[in-house]
Design a protein around this ligand. Structure first.
Ligand SMILES: Cc1cc2nc3c(=O)[nH]c(=O)nc-3n(C[C@H](O)[C@H](O)[C@H](O)COP(=O)(O)OP(=O)(O)OC[C@H]3O[C@@H](n4cnc5c(N)ncnc54)[C@H](O)[C@@H]3O)c2cc1C
Length: 321
């Protein structure tokens, strides 16, 4: 009988080893660690407070820094994430902050239609799959990704790896900051946030005041109407900046995808809208489980955002001219 294979490693990635798999620490302290899967695995020691402080320090430094952002993207579904990727690729200097209400980012793009796994994308939006490195089957006019989660997880990881992108999930946008700008017009100037679990309990608890993020451009990508969806479109109505919701119309794949992409725009000063939220805002058809429209709308939203940013003068996150 063959001897059990030893899995001890001699890792050298940025660490010193002493030759038998025992790793030396990176600082002056030396830790007795061992990556061994035959009953000898040993971790470096840690104190509970170190774990707490390692998280708190980074998270709250990020909140402090991003209280003024260059762009806030509300919603990390397929359109919001595509917008973040495109924007961060074109402008690595921008502070892009994504606020996502759910614990799990990705919105409705973890599955295709009727909870089935393949994801259909009409050409020419397949170019984005090549850009982010997602394989697919070519069916001529459209392509098929074997599992929607392959698209969403790849996009998510590409976005989060970008140094200028921050995502605050489990955080809901509860309201918009709306100021009168230098021209005397109402301008969306930031978002009002809260932990989602707090936002869901305003009816049962009192005095749970929110927080804010100031930014010259907000991209709203909150999807269909629902408990949190179509958030900014609905707020535009209640704030008097939009007469009424257009409401999503019946399914028409050939009409809806180009309509969403071509109408992705700054719907109110400082507010760019993308994805299925736009179908509620404008009253456009739904397209069913074909995702090219979400991708192309996200890309267009990134370009629209840059167009807005390039047309204004911003001081400490506020548009002043
Ligand atoms: C009734 C219904 C019909 C559908 N019809 C279609 C269709 O016709 N065509 C189609 O492509 N897809 C449809 N879908 C599926 C799915 O919604 C979309 O495919 C697609 O995921 C939409 O992408 P999106 O990026 O616009 O929004 P979503 O994927 O829905 O992402 C929106 C994200 O925003 C977050 N969010 C919402 N509000 C807030 C807030 N206030 N603060 C912070 N984050 C927030 C959500 O948690 C979510 O992660 C439908 C879904 C439903 C429920």
């Amino acid at each position: 009988m063959a001897p059990a294979q030893t899995l001890e490693t001699t890792r050298t990635d940025a660490l010193n080893t002493n030759g038998n798999g025992t790793l030396k620490g990176l600082s002056t302290t030396e830790f007795d660690v061992l990556e061994n899967y035959e009953g000898q695995y040993r971790f470096a020691p840690i104190e509970e407070a170190q774990v707490s402080r390692a998280m708190i320090k980074r998270y709250f430094e990020t909140m402090y820094e991003r209280a003024i952002s260059d762009v806030v993207i509300v919603g990390a579904g397929s359109s919001g994430l595509t917008c973040a990727y495109q924007l961060a690729s074109m402008r690595p200097d921008l502070k892009i902050t994504i606020v996502e209400a759910n614990v799990a980012p990705g919105g409705g793009a973890w599955l295709g239609g009727q909870l089935m796994t393949p994801m259909i994308i009409r050409k020419p939006a397949d170019g984005f799959l090549r850009e982010i490195g997602v394989p697919y089957e070519d069916e001529g006019a459209y392509v098929v990704v074997k599992h929607a989660a392959l698209f969403t997880s790849t996009l998510l990881s590409r976005v989060l790896a970008m140094p200028n992108v921050v995502m605050m999930n489990a955080t809901a946008v509860e309201d918009l900051i709306i100021h009168e700008d230098h021209k005397g017009q109402q301008r969306v100037s930031g978002v009002v946030t809260n932990w989602t679990l707090v936002a869901l309990n305003h009816d049962t608890q009192s005095c749970m005041d929110p927080n804010t993020i100031t930014a010259p451009v907000i991209v709203s990508a909150t999807g269909h109407d629902g408990p949190m969806g179509a958030f900014s479109a609905k707020r535009m109505v209640s704030a008097g900046l939009l007469k009424e919701l257009g409401n999503m119309r019946g399914l028409d794949m050939n009409r809806s995808e180009p309509a969403i992409v071509n109408n992705t725009r700054e719907v109110a000063p400082g507010l760019v809208m993308t994805g299925m939220e736009l179908s509620e805002h404008d009253g456009k058809n739904r397209m069913g489980p074909t995702f090219g429209g979400m991708i192309a709308s996200g890309i267009k939203a990134a370009h629209e955002t840059l167009r807005v940013l390039d047309s204004v003068t911003v001081v400490r996150g506020k548009v002043v001219a």
